[in-house]
Design a protein around this ligand. Structure first.
Ligand SMILES: Nc1nc2c(ncn2[C@@H]2O[C@H](COP(=O)(O)OP(=O)(O)OP(=O)(O)O)[C@@H](O)[C@H]2O)c(=O)[nH]1
Ligand SMILES: [Mg+2]
Length: 196
């Protein structure tokens, strides 16, 4: 688990980020998949990242400083049907702006909902991460919502569509805390090997 977390800044455009230099952990995924909840859960701080049952809550790039060691980047979610075309284009620009300039990006966490087959946009996000050669881990959120017997089938479907092995996907629940320690550990191992 992370010991200390501070909110740093909200950015409409990553190019403006003044705090360069530290390694970064980026969190991406569909709107409402549970990105902000996962951040709060990893940091054990309820209101750190704003969560909402209404999708599309996080429209800016939010940056947090974790353990004075790395930046955690909460990226705005995709796939929310009710946003205008203009906002969708704006989202695309924000993401390409981020991924093209984030030289310090050490690991991306791609979140998908364990209950659903990955969407077209999940596939596109996955293809983008592969093509850009970015190191990423898949996290299957809301694992409390599927029964034990359903879980393996859902993980196998996600793995097949997103071209990873089922055991590489981390099941996660911000409600029960499942996956939290495993995820925090692998984050530390991958982005700060000297500390773990
Ligand atoms: N049961 C359950 N609900 C969850 C879990 N994680 C998130 N939720 C719920 O899902 C909804 C969306 O969560 P957020 O964390 O705001 O999702 P987000 O991905 O940050 O959404 P955007 O900011 O819109 O992109 C909220 O109602 C959460 O309470 C989980 O692990 N289990
Ligand atoms: Mg959010």
């Amino acid at each position: 688990m992370f010991k200390d977390a501070k909110f740093v800044i909200s950015l409409p455009c990553y190019g403006d980020f003044p705090g360069r230099g530290l390694p970064q952990l980026a969190v991406c995924g569909r709107s409402n998949v549970g990105k902000s909840s996962l951040i709060n859960s990893l940091c054990r701080r309820r209101g750190l990242a704003k969560t909402s049952s209404t999708p599309g809550k996080t429209r800016l790039i939010n940056v947090f400083l974790i353990d004075n060691a790395f930046h955690l980047i909460d990226l705005p979610g995709y796939g929310y049907a009710k946003v205008s075309r203009r906002e969708q284009q704006n989202w695309g620009l924000m993401m390409s702006d981020y991924f093209s300039q984030a030289d310090e990006l050490a690991l991306a966490l791609h979140l998908v909902d364990i209950r659903h087959e990955p969407s077209q946009q999940d596939l596109e996000m996955n293809a983008y991460l592969y093509q850009a050669g970015l190191p990423f881990r898949l996290v299957a959120t809301k694992s409390d919502k599927v029964s034990r017997s359903q879980r393996q089938k859902h993980l196998a479907d996600i793995a097949r569509l997103l071209a990873v092995q089922p055991w590489e996907i981390i099941p996660f629940s911000s409600q029960t805390g499942e996956g939290r320690d495993a995820l925090a550990q692998s984050v530390y191992k991958l982005i700060l090997p000297s500390r773990s």
